[in-house]
Design a protein around this ligand. Structure first.
Ligand code: C2E
Ligand code: MG
Ligand code: MG
Ligand code: MG
Length: 278
C-alpha cells in the first residue's frame, strides 16, 4: 500500500501503525485483569416483532470501560481476547450475567429471551456444552430463554465437531442463530448444515434495500430461510423505509436503532414502559 508514496509519507504510515500497535499492546495487557477489576458491562438491544407489534427479545453486547482509554468497543477488543484466549473467561462471565439479568427481568414481569454472541474459539475448549449446562443450572434459567449467536467463521474450524456441540446445546433447549448472515462466503452452504433456529441478516443488507438486485438477493434468502423453518431477523434497521421494505419481503423481526439502541439495564424498564404506551 505504501508503494508509490514518497519517503516521508511512508514514514507517516509506519508511525501510524506504531500507534495502533502500542494501543493494541496496552489493551492486550489490560485485558488480563479487566474481568477481576469489573471493567466490563453489558448493554442490551431490543429485537422487535412488527407482525405482533411486540418485543422479541434482547441481545447482550459487551462493553469495556478501560480506566485510561474510556469505553472500548467490542469490535476492537474481542479479536484481541480471541487471540489471547481471554475470550473464554469473558464469555463465561457474559453468559452468566445475561442469564441472571434475564431471570431478574422475569421476576419483574418482563419475560423475554436474551441472546449472547459466541466466539468460535469457545468450541475448541471441549467444555462449551458443559459450561452452558452448568451456568443455566446455577442461574436456574429455563434454557429456552437463552440464545447463542454464532458466525460463519466456523467454516475454518472442525465443522463436524461444531455441529455435534450445537446439537447437544439445542437438545438442552437453547436456541442458536447465525449472526451477520451473508457477509462471508459460505452462508448459504451452511443453511441446511448447521443446527440452528434463526439467521440474522447483516446490516449491510438492510442498508442496501434500495438497490433492486440486492433486494432480489434478500428476498431469496428470506424465502430459503422460511422453507427451512428458520426465523429471519434483520439487523441495522434505522428507518421506517427499512421496515416497510423488509416486511414487503417477508421479514418481520427487526433489530436496530429505530427500535432502540443498546442500553444499560437501568434504562430497560423505561424503554419497556414507553413501548407499552405507544
Ligand atoms: P453483532 O453481534 O452483529 O451486534 C450488532 C452490532 O450492530 C452492535 O455493535 C450494535 O450496536 C450495532 N447496531 C445495532 N443496531 C444498529 C443500527 O441500527 N445501525 C448501526 N449502524 N449499527 C447497529 P457493537 O455492540 O459495537 O458490537 C459489535 C460486534 O462485536 C457484535 O456484532 C459482535 O460480533 C461483537 N460482540 C459484541 N459483544 C460481544 C460478546 O459479548 N462476545 C463476543 N464474542 N462478541 C461480541
Ligand atoms: Mg450478534
Ligand atoms: Mg449481528
Ligand atoms: Mg454484525
Amino acid at each position: 500500500k505504501a508503494k508509490g508514496l514518497g519517503k516521508n509519507q511512508y514514514c507517516v504510515y509506519t508511525n501510524e501503525m506504531g500507534i495502533q500497535e502500542v494501543r493494541k499492546m496496552e489493551l492486550e495487557k489490560d485485558l488480563q485483569n479487566a474481568l477481576e477489576h469489573n471493567q466490563f458491562y453489558i448493554v442490551y438491544q431490543p429485537k422487535w416483532n412488527v407482525k405482533t407489534n411486540k418485543l422479541f427479545g434482547f441481545e447482550a453486547l459487551i462493553r469495556w470501560n478501560h480506566p485510561r482509554l474510556g469505553v472500548v468497543s467490542p469490535g476492537e477488543f474481542i479479536p484481541i481476547a480471541e487471540e489471547t484466549g481471554q475470550i473464554i473467561p469473558i464469555t463465561r462471565w457474559i453468559i452468566e450475567e445475561a442469564c441472571m439479568q434475564c431471570k431478574s427481568w422475569q421476576s419483574q414481569g418482563l419475560v423475554q429471551p436474551v441472546s449472547v454472541n459466541l466466539s468460535v474459539r469457545l468450541f475448541e475448549t471441549d467444555q462449551l456444552t458443559e459450561l452452558i449446562g452448568n451456568l443455566l443450572e446455577k442461574v436456574d434459567l429455563d434454557p429456552h430463554f437463552l440464545e447463542l449467536e454464532i458466525t460463519e467463521s466456523m467454516v475454518f474450524y472442525d465443522i463436524n465437531d461444531i455441529i455435534r456441540q450445537l446439537e447437544i446445546i439445542r437438545d438442552m433447549g437453547v436456541k442458536v442463530s447465525m449472526d451477520d448472515f451473508g457477509t462471508g462466503y459460505s452462508s448459504i452452504g451452511l443453511l441446511d448444515k448447521i443446527p440452528m433456529d434463526a439467521i440474522k441478516l447483516d446490516r449491510l443488507f438492510t442498508f442496501d434495500l434500495d438497490n433492486p438486485s440486492k433486494r432480489a438477493i434478500i428476498q431469496a434468502i428470506i424465502l430459503m430461510a422460511e422453507n427451512l423453518h428458520l426465523e429471519v431477523i434483520a439487523e441495522g434497521v434505522e428507518q421506517q423505509e427499512h421496515i416497510d421494505l423488509l416486511t414487503q419481503l417477508g421479514c418481520y423481526v427487526m433489530q436496530g436503532f429505530f427500535y432502540g439502541r443498546p442500553m444499560e439495564n437501568k434504562e430497560i424498564s423505561k424503554y419497556v414502559k414507553r413501548d407499552v404506551t405507544v
